[in-house]
Ligand binder design. Sequence first.
Ligand code: NAD
Ligand code: TYD
Length: 351
Amino acid sequence: MKTILITGGAGFIGSNFVKYILENTEHGVVNLDALTYAGNPENLRDVSGHPRYRFVKGDICDGELVDGVFREYDVDTVANLAAESHVDRSITNPEIFLRTNILGTHTLLEAAKKHWKTRPDDKYSREYRAGVRFLQVSTDEVYGTLDAEGGGMFKETTPLAPNSPYSASKASADLLVRAYHETFGLPVNITRCSNNYGPFQFPEKLIPLMINNCGADRKLPVYGDGMQIRDWLHVRDHCSALYAVLDKGRIGEVYNIGGNNEKANIDIVKLIIQNLGKDESLIEHVPDRPGHDRRYAIDNAKITRELGWSPSYTFERGLAETIRWYADNGAWMENVISGNYLAYYAEMYGD
Ligand code: NAD
Ligand code: TYD
């Protein structure tokens, strides 16, 4: 049985991953999350009293706190999901992305290196306790953009060429993780996944934003011509892939994760309109995002071949379920939008 430190476990993918681990394995989970605007303890209401689950409110950049978490819970596995994750916010305020995504990852790497060495006093030792592992949850956006007309897919060997402050900060973190493996022998993996969708996603991202606006008959802001392509994966398929890598990924390897499911933004917006029985006149083309990546597509042959992973959701089923989830969880959306969940947090965990 392992003790998995999941950082960012109150966010969209993190909260789904915490539940995935508790439901599908015998491992313990410590969730370290700063509860920024994107972190919501309500996402974890179902598991807050679970005997194998602990929550620590804190910042991954706080070295003393991270050190204490490793010591107190005897952490042997890290899944680093804590991040500033929204491209548009990184364009208006890049600095926090550099702090959390780069320096925060570095703080976690240092703690893992210190606590997992078999001979901590020997600075040249590259020997680690058996079974320890550091998983960096990254994104396909580190590869930059593909040409919409030219085809091709991102492979693990595609050179990094990030275009936004968000993806540049994630690429920087990936390089640090790689360096800690090469220099200090830290047992690491990096995963690079395509766009996720599903329950508990903050409504600043395309799919929940469109579902929310469409349900309320508000305009649907499509950037530019709406012909940008993303490769969509249901969040639970991402979770099963992350666990497959933690469980049996080859140490030091990068694994791409994707659903072979490319869609243009405008087509997704139209599917949501259709599903909710609304009218396409709600679509409003707005000015394009600066530096907007045109197309992402993941070649997932490596994780499929080596770890036997494959996605279980079709996009049609996943999107329909997601739309229904948001319809059934109107109070969740209201609380997220109004910030009421902060009051919930104070009630639940004290100050
Ligand atoms: P999210 O924004 O929903 O959640 C991020 C979580 O991290 C929040 O709970 C937030 O409170 C926490 N956090 C932020 N700064 C922190 C800090 N300094 N210390 C501790 N906690 C902090 O993000 P998400 O969509 O769930 O993404 C999770 C990870 O997966 C990110 O690393 C992201 O880069 C990666 N990823 C996301 C997608 C996607 O489509 N959403 C795709 C591929 C990879
Ligand atoms: P987003 O969900 O922000 O993810 P990412 O930028 O990481 O891919 O956006 C997905 C796509 O949808 C991206 O091409 C930008 C576009 N988009 C819109 O057209 N309108 C919107 O209001 C949002 C949030 C995104």
